[in-house]
Ligand binder design. Sequence first.
Ligand code: SF4
Ligand code: FES
Length: 248
Amino acid sequence: MKITVRVWRQANPSAEGKMVAYDLDHVSEHMSFLEMLDVLNERLTLEGEEPIAFDSDCREGICGMCGLVINGLAHGPERTTTCQLHMRSFKDGDVIDIEPWRSSSFPVVKDLVVDRGAFDRIIAAGGYISAPTGSAPEANNLPVPKADADHAFEAATCIGCGACVAACPNGSAMLFTAAKITHLGLLPQGQPERTSRVIGMVEQHDAEGFGNCTNIGECTAACPKGIPLDTISRLNRDLLGALAKGKA
Ligand code: SF4
Ligand code: FES
């Protein structure tokens, strides 16, 4: 099929960016979205033009590196990661707008690449445990209720892609932060830092300039892993409990 892509081109963080249109022929519906960009980049390289910078790593929906706003939607029209999106989701003659995540806390590095270091700093502020690791302990020594294990696992599937931020009108990273807090806070190994974790991570979230959650729900609709909105309620309960402990 023939398509036109309009891509955000920005040479560096301080340069002005603009949308640039490219026509593509012979796009196979079986190509992934990133393969379509690979083909365009090969053409640009052969023509002596600067290829389009974009991030990817696993291309299997696991690492969270890829992330593009496609026709105004974080990760595009399907509920999946950009790397798992295929051209069969589009049709002949389509014009597709491709932009980086739009958040002042994720500054553009070049073209479609943004700096998501803010997420790393939120993790560093509390997304860890101090329990000694080593060989796997006997599972029956430390029973975890099935419901807690399931919720912890669900939260642990967050890949840190940032689509929740890109989709949120407030630019909030609460779904990401809540997923990390829930993942560790529901398990016995996560209890020693439970109070300091939630306070430290929420403080860092705010210091990075992310907005507040007002329960709009765009984050969970865009999340490729389906992290539910009530994960944020769990964060709020943990935060209130931690703050109350601090005052006691
Ligand atoms: S909560 Fe979902 S959208 Fe947000 S970073 Fe995690 S996986 Fe990505
Ligand atoms: S490249 Fe790893 S999730 Fe898309």
